[in-house]
Design a protein. Structure first.
Length: 119
């Protein structure tokens, strides 16, 4: 499975519809997710992208990996208060999302995904 580009409307259907839940977080997915906030002009984002593609294949069926282009999806940018890219949002099945900023090694990303799956 490859990463999935996520629009604001896709987010409302696949991840959470914060308008319908009055701002309360209620995850809609059927497996944990990672949301990569990136920009096409961002060097670190370009370095992270192939790592996420590889990871998405390794974790297919266990974790959904979404990508959000910050230049095209301003509502999502504001919703998560994204101030720098890349920013990864880790969404467990239960509980609140957590964030990590910057490029990370594939091994560290695997560790975080393994923790995410266990939650």
């Amino acid at each position: 499975m490859a990463t999935i580009n996520l629009t604001t409307n896709d987010f409302k259907r696949r991840v959470a519809d914060l308008e319908a839940t009055a701002g309360e977080w209620k995850f809609l997915g059927d497996k944990p997710a990672v949301i990569d906030f990136f920009a096409t002009w961002c060097g670190p984002c370009k370095a992270l992208s192939p790592v996420l593609e590889e990871i998405s294949a390794e974790y297919a069926g266990k974790v959904d990996i979404y990508k959000v282009d910050i230049d095209k999806e301003e509502p999502l940018l504001e919703m998560f208060d994204i101030r720098s890219v890349p920013t990864l949002i880790f969404v467990p099945m239960k509980g609140s999302p957590e964030r990590a900023m910057g490029v990370m090694a594939k091994d560290r990303l695997r560790e975080l995904l393994d923790e995410l799956i266990k939650k």
